[in-house]
Write a protein that binds this ligand. Structure first.
Ligand code: PG9
Length: 626
């Protein structure tokens, strides 16, 4: 009797149990189920071997494109039985079937040779030469793969995010003829404007990252280095205040951190940095290019925008498209369900939508099922961070943009009218009490989420100037880059200038869609864009120049592109300050040859002035959609 009753339940239980095991193991072992792995040490033209891990579909009845990634972050796990849990840019491509290739770049991890940050790109090619750069290493790798890997369809792609994004872009000069599709995603364009510096200011917040790339072979992870040096606190603001001048960082890095020595010895944009930029080499591009970035990417925003624009202007016949989404660094490669940056919720499954409808379409068109003509994608898929929706453009920036100027006025006003009268706004900048860049400053990670932070905390400080419009009577969309043209004076001989573009939500903002539970958006000061320039570089990043005390001086500062609709009822605000700590290092405000070697005594208070008169009219210039 009992068996009759329990048998059906038993059968159901066994079925459920076996299904859940299968589903569980399939998720974890999907890669193992579909792919096998082989590792090679591939010889480059100079004899150096680069360690390369190849994932090949087990189904040998078909031919597959090769999709490679070159990385300083390890092509591991290594060893025949250790598989990556995720291969390729997305699960869609993993399931579509590609030969995925991961390579340790020269001098890192299992590869031989010497590492060089942002290795300079050779400006010419001599096929008998043994000279190398990242492009020749990619070329030689592709040649070897085509000759030694089976089941490929002879078409090769390369992709990568951040530093692997740089290596993708670095494959473009003198590209291999079989390289058909390249997707630099959040690529580093130039370490003087991405990651380690912004317009001459050193990104102190990259303190840990400097450790990762300052040693040969397998430099420690940020976390490992943090644990190793054990700074004794995780309060980034306090730690760097206690450290004082940058010269005191030596004790943390040690003499063998070659990158730290290079950073210290090259404070200006000299040949050391210039020759490491990939931007000047983006000519005669043959592969199709899809550049991807995040509007709130605190690490690499200059890179994707500049790579796209440079290719666009230098290579009119090259397929060259851009995607900029509501992402911080690399968000588009992972699905978090709700897409959130700081407190701002932009919508659901935005990364999956991009992976499926944009990235997959690009690679499918050029690699998987090569098709004549262009893929069915717009030139620019750009997310409006004010409207919270994707927009398509047939070029970026849009050609029908209108240039508008917003002038600073006394009384903290911002308007399109030209200023009258002889007035300026003034504040005291004290390096002993620098303006925090966020209200949550940890030491043990590179800041990635501050770019949409609420800026009310800064607006209420006496050393932050604010200028704002009346509530808008209609929506206004900024689409493109922003130029801050300031007329300033300082009582000392050096100064940093930070400009922030803020979207002020109405005080009674109704908590409806796109508002996170528990976050009151009323009067939220959303930072839409921000940038700094170290004032000594106002005329030249290579040849710094002190200020003449109290002499009115022009400062032009480019803020990277936005696509943001300031909605009716919102206000546009500009914030101006002279410290942004510890995102960037402090400016002593007394001109010294090299701030990395300044003494604590060199850090002095200064009285800064920003002019808004008919003759000296500080303003921001923006591109507005009609
Ligand atoms: N661009 C990022 C980075 C570069 C160098 C140091 C630390 C971070 C990245 O590759 O994630």
């Amino acid at each position: 009797m009992i068996m009759k009753k329990t048998l059906p339940i038993l059968v159901l239980f066994i079925l459920f149990f076996s299904y859940s095991i299968k589903a569980f193991t399939q998720d974890i072992n999907e890669v193992e189920r579909l792919y096998e792995k082989v590792e090679h040490d591939i010889p480059m033209r100079d004899g150096i071997n680069l360690h390369t891990v190849v994932y090949i579909p087990k189904d040998k009845s078909k031919q597959y494109p090769i999709l490679m990634q070159r990385t300083p972050y390890s092509a591991g796990p290594y060893g025949p039985n250790n598989m990556k849990s995720k291969i390729g840019p997305s699960e869609f491509l993993m399931k579509d079937g590609y030969i995925f290739v991961y390579q340790d770049v020269r001098g890192r991890w299992m590869s031989e040779g010497l590492y060089d940050n942002m290795r300079p790109t050779l400006s010419a090619r001599n096929k008998n030469s043994k000279e190398i750069d990242e492009s020749t290493d990619t070329y030689d790798t592709i040649d070897w793969l085509l000759a030694n890997i089976e089941n490929h369809n002879s078409r090769v792609g390369i992709w990568g995010i951040s530093y692997p994004g740089f290596y993708s872009a670095a494959a473009l000069p003198f590209a291999h003829p079989n390289l058909k599709a390249v997707s630099p995603q959040a690529p580093i364009g130039d370490f003087y404007f991405d990651d380690f510096h912004h317009n001459g200011a050193y990104l102190l917040s990259y303190w840990l990252a400097t450790s990762v790339f300052g040693y040969q072979k397998d430099g420690p992870t940020e976390e490992a280095w943090y644990d190793m040096v054990n700074p004794g606190t995780n309060d980034g603001y306090q730690f760097f205040m206690d450290m004082g001048s940058l010269k005191n960082a030596d004790k943390w890095y040690g003499e063998d951190n070659f990158f730290w020595q290079q950073l210290k010895e090259n404070p200006n944009y000299n040949s050391f940095w210039q020759e490491r930029s990939i931007i000047p080499h983006l000519n005669n591009i043959k592969p199709a290019v899809l550049t991807v970035g995040g509007w709130f990417d605190a690490e690499d925003l200059y890179g994707p925008l500049t790579v796209y624009k440079t290719i666009e202007s230098n290579n009119p016949n090259t397929y060259n498209a851009i995607v900029m989404g509501p992402w911080s660094h690399g968000d588009w490669s992972r699905e978090a369900g709700q897409q959130i940056v700081s407190n701002i919720y932009f919508g659901d499954s935005i990364s999956t939508w991009y992976q499926k409808n944009i990235e997959r379409t690009f690679f499918h068109h050029y690699l998987k099922e090569p098709t004549e003509g262009k893929p069915k994608l717009p030139e620019a898929y750009m997310f409006d961070t004010g409207k919270h929706k994707w927009e398509k453009f047939d070029q970026w920036p849009p050609e029908n943009n209108e240039l508008k100027s917003f002038f600073l006025h006394e009384g903290r006003r911002l308007s399109q009218d030209s200023p009258e009268g002889n007035r300026f706004s003034t504040f005291i900048s004290d390096p002993a009490k620098p303006v925090p860049y966020s209200q949550d400053i940890k030491l043990n990670f590179t800041p990635r989420k501050y770019m949409a932070d609420d800026q009310r905390f800064a607006a209420r400080r006496p050393d932050v100037l604010t200028f704002e419009t009346e509530a808008l009577t209609e929506d206004m969309t900024f689409a493109g880059e922003i130029m801050a043209r300031l007329e300033v004076a300082t009582s000392q001989t050096d100064a940093d200038w930070i400009v922030k573009l803020i979207d002020i939500y109405p005080g009674d903002y109704p908590n409806h869609e796109y508002v996170l539970d528990g976050v009151d958006m009323g009067n939220y000061h959303l930072m839409v864009r921000s940038e700094v320039i170290r004032g000594r570089y106002r005329e030249s990043f290579e040849y710094p120049k002190p200020f003449v005390p109290d002499q009115i001086t022009s400062i032009d500062l480019k803020l990277q592109d936005v696509l943001h609709t300031f909605k009716k009822g919102h206000k546009i605000q500009i914030q101006i300050q002279s410290s942004w700590f510890p995102l960037i290092d402090r400016n002593p405000q007394k001109y010294v040859e090299n701030i990395f070697k300044a003494e604590n005594k060199d850090f002095i208070k200064a009285t800064h002035r920003v002019f808004h008169t008919a003759e000296f009219a500080s303003k921001i210039e923006v591109m507005v959609l009609p």
